[in-house]
Design a protein around this ligand. Structure first.
Ligand code: PDD
Length: 283
């Protein structure tokens, strides 16, 4: 069935949605994006995603295509017009269309595209058994805190994982794990949750912020520091977080089981708390 999508001011059937071949996102990956989850027809952590979008735009000196209220309305329209209940809404802002030139000018009209994808998120069978990761070198650019659409290396990483019989890759720089191809990485040792500190090396996950807040509120210990693959292999548990997977257990790294090789207790508890809390606050 054809979806209704949003393109530059219009709601259209997906077959009719078109963008310019001169759009700088197409020519230079000059665009930023957000992925927001929807549960029961409501948006999860919408404010956090918009706040990060404004930051990405400002770091790249890109204009905002509309206001926060307008963005909320477009998300809600997509939910209503598609009778959409559970899955993801993808949003992309591009710098706009111009003749191909590495330098940009300030007068471009920003582009805005949104569409949804249905997906079982809350009742996800994968979360019951956990996933396997492989480690790969982090060969992305240096500003991973900006959520840009240049996702070729993460896509290659995902393919490397698949070829190795795993589900995802954890990227390593200077001997330490940065993050997963599209998620933040964690280990649990002696009840303590360990995840890399924020900086330009990783995306500042909206799910990460919420999970760490809920963990601290539940009196769990949290340490924000880098860790190695060897330390992860010796951990009791491992997991990752993202808007599309929430809290997802990781049960093996480079073929070695983590802990008992099944989803750990802290991970399961965090997934439960996260789902409970964010659904209460969904809009
Ligand atoms: N990815 N790190 C990277 C590199 C990511 O691409 C993502 C999100 C995250 C987690 O951020 P958040 O919790 O705000 O979703 C961390 C999205 C889901 C994607 O590209 O589909």
């Amino acid at each position: 069935m054809s979806r209704t999508v949003y393109v530059n001011g219009e709601y259209l059937p997906e077959e009719e949605a078109k963008v310019s071949i001169f759009d700088r996102a197409f020519l230079f990956a000059d665009g930023v994006y957000e992925v927001t989850s929807v549960l029961g027809g409501k948006l999860i952590a919408f404010d956090g995603h918009v706040e990060r979008l404004w930051r990405s735009l400002s770091e790249l000196e890109m204009s905002a295509p509309c206001t926060e209220d307008e963005l909320l309305e477009i998300h809600r329209q997509l939910i209503a017009r598609n009778g959409f209940d559970e899955g993801l809404i993808y949003l992309q802002v591009t710098r706009g269309a111009a003749d191909r030139d590495f330098a940009w000018t300030d007068d471009l009209e920003p582009g805005l595209v949104l569409f949804h994808q249905e997906k079982r998120l809350a009742d996800n069978p994968v979360a019951e058994k956990g996933i396997k990761v492989v480690s790969i070198p982090d060969e992305r650019w240096g500003r991973r805190d900006i959520k840009t659409v240049q996702l070729l290396y993460p896509s290659m990483g995902k393919m490397m994982a698949k070829k190795a019989g795993a589900d995802d890759a954890w990227m390593v720089e200077d001997g330490k794990v940065t993050e997963g191809t599209s998620n933040n990485a964690y280990i649990v040792k002696g009840g303590k949750i360990i995840t890399r500190h924020l900086g330009n090396e990783i995306l500042h996950g909206i799910t990460r912020a919420a999970v760490l807040r809920f963990a601290r509120e539940a009196q769990m210990q949290v340490e924000e520091r880098p860790f190695t693959i060897d330390e992860a292999k010796l951990a009791d548990e491992a997991f990752f977080t993202s808007a599309s997977a929430f809290v997802m257990p990781v049960v093996a790294i480079d073929g070695d089981s983590i802990g008992a090789g099944t989803p750990g207790g802290v991970t399961k508890r965090l997934r439960e708390i996260y789902l409970e809390e964010v659904q209460k606050a969904a809009i």
